[in-house]
Design a protein around this ligand. Structure first.
Ligand code: 6PG
Length: 459
């Protein structure tokens, strides 16, 4: 079916090409421009589709599209987005819509929405998850923008998005940077889930000496239970690769910034997200390769786990850490929603993440079914999440203590257990912290017998 709508795409790297093909499959006509014109021409030639028009420059792209124009930017986050916007500005009309589908910082999206809004141009910060494969087959889409931009683009986005039993994996999370904020937290949880899986792999591989066939079968088994998810399936897939063995890969992880931004947002809003923080730090520690190699010469341990935990315990430890990461991430979204007055509905998140994105998995089904008609303050109050934490608590401790003894680092699991122990503790030792602050800085403190009055004591 040919649709009347005509969409512009700026940026034809793999993501851009795949989104372009997805839109063409849906029956849209696409005008595209890429800085490297030759690459764009090669792409167009490989497609031979008369609904695809490659433009020589941005000017041609903008002139080619009917108004109000809808232009999707798939350029590198940061300055390149501002540069393209600056080039477009003089050429756009009132009501035209620029959709930034990159991993932009939500603060940049807030600013761009404000600046473009002053000129009558609509700006949408669109969080897109699922990588290049998702762009081709249907990504998860997290929309942030005005209601009018939502109305104008909803149908296109619904057709482009992944589909699940609950409908298209797309939601409007509010104005400005709301969509990119939800995407950033998605990525923070993604870092945590990946780190927890890396810890389980380390335990099985280095600690328990399991063969790679045994590791594959463990992850395949995990994928049949409550951990069923894209990332667990992917772990088994990469372990299965005949082309590359994991021990051939330099164990120093990269990061593009979304995980770090999530931590910064947590600090700004005073929301603790320690499982995510530990996972971002774990990548940073892994990147200190020279130092690790040097220090590992000075001290050596065999890292054998003498008391190997069962696979059921490892599975439960993974569930425990994963749930902690989800609870913390969603707490942060809840707090940002208040702070920015976003019209964001938390219940839309699991539906948007159910398919297409990196976090897709059965946990989202539990989240969806259990919050139907309720408004929990935090995910920790959703019975499935709480009951799973309680069920998996002991196993998580067994795994952690076995690993501690064998010196297998478990930063994400450690952070999860400490967070859980703190958050479920009616009393914490910060009475001492308060006394110290008051003693050296006269910062004042509250006494239980008069908890609303700030008092200073002599020490
Ligand atoms: C996704 C991914 C995707 C990408 C990130 C993370 O949802 O499709 O999160 O956005 O993998 O850029 O990259 P880093 O691991 O390099 O931070």
């Amino acid at each position: 079916m040919k649709l009347d709508s005509h969409i512009g795409i700026v940026g034809l790297a793999t993501m851009g090409q795949n989104l372009c093909l997805n839109l063409l499959d849906q029956g849209y006509r696409v005008a595209a421009w890429n800085l490297e014109t030759q690459e764009a021409i090669r792409f167009a030639e490989s497609q031979d589709n008369d609904s695809l028009h490659i433009c020589e420059d941005l000017d041609e792209l903008i002139q080619h599209l009917p108004v109000p124009r809808k232009i999707i930017l798939l350029v590198r986050a940061g300055e390149p987005v501002d540069e393209v916007i600056a080039q477009c500005l003089g050429l756009l009309y009132q009501g035209d819509i620029l959709i930034d589908a990159g991993n932009s910082h939500y603060g940049d999206s807030e600013r761009r929405a404000r600046e473009l809004g002053e000129k009558g141009v609509e700006f949408v910060g669109l969080g897109v998850s699922g990588g290049s494969e998702g762009a081709r087959r249907g990504p998860s889409l997290m929309f942030g923008g005005s209601d009018s931009a939502w109305q104008a683009t909803k149908e296109i986005l619904e057709r482009t998005a992944a589909q699940s039993d609950y409908g298209p994996c797309l939601a409007n999370f509010g104005k400005g940077g709301a969509g990119h904020f939800v995407k950033m937290i998605h990525n923070g949880i993604e870092y945590a889930e990946m780190q927890l899986l890396a810890e389980a792999y380390d335990l099985m591989n280095r600690g328990m000496g399991m063969s790679s066939a045994e590791q594959i079968s463990a992850f395949e088994r995990f994928n049949e239970g409550p951990l069923n998810s894209f990332l667990v399936e992917l772990t088994a897939r990469v372990l299965r690769s005949r082309q590359t063995r994991l021990d051939e890969i330099v164990d120093s992880a990269g990061q593009k910034g979304t995980g770090r931004w999530a931590l910064e947002a947590g600090l700004d809003l005073g929301v603790p997200i320690p499982t995510i923080a530990a996972s971002v730090d774990a990548r940073a520690v892994s990147a200190l390769l020279d130092r690790r190699l040097r220090l590992s010469q000075r001290i050596s341990f065999d890292r054998d786990v003498s008391n190997a935990p069962s696979l059921e315990d490892i599975e439960r430890a993974l569930i425990f850490g994963k749930i902690c990461a989800f609870v913390q991430g969603v707490d942060l979204i809840e707090s940002a929603k208040e702070a920015h007055q976003w019209s964001l509905n938390i219940a839309d998140i699991p539906k948007t993440w159910r398919e297409g994105c990196i976090l897709r998995g059965v946990l989202l089904d539990h989240w969806i079914s259990e919050i139907e008609g309720t408004e929990p303050k935090s995910l920790i109050d959703v019975s499935y999440f709480w009951e799973e934490l309680v069920r998996c608590d002991e196993a998580a401790r067994i795994v952690l203590s076995d690993c501690m003894e064998a010196r297998i680092p478990m930063p994400a699991l450690t952070a999860s257990l400490s967070w859980f122990d703190s958050i479920t503790s009616g009393r914490l030792p910060q009475n001492l912290t308060q006394a110290q602050r008051d003693a050296f800085g006269a910062h004042g403190l509250y006494l239980w017998n008069d908890p609303d009055r700030l008092v200073h004591k002599e020490w």
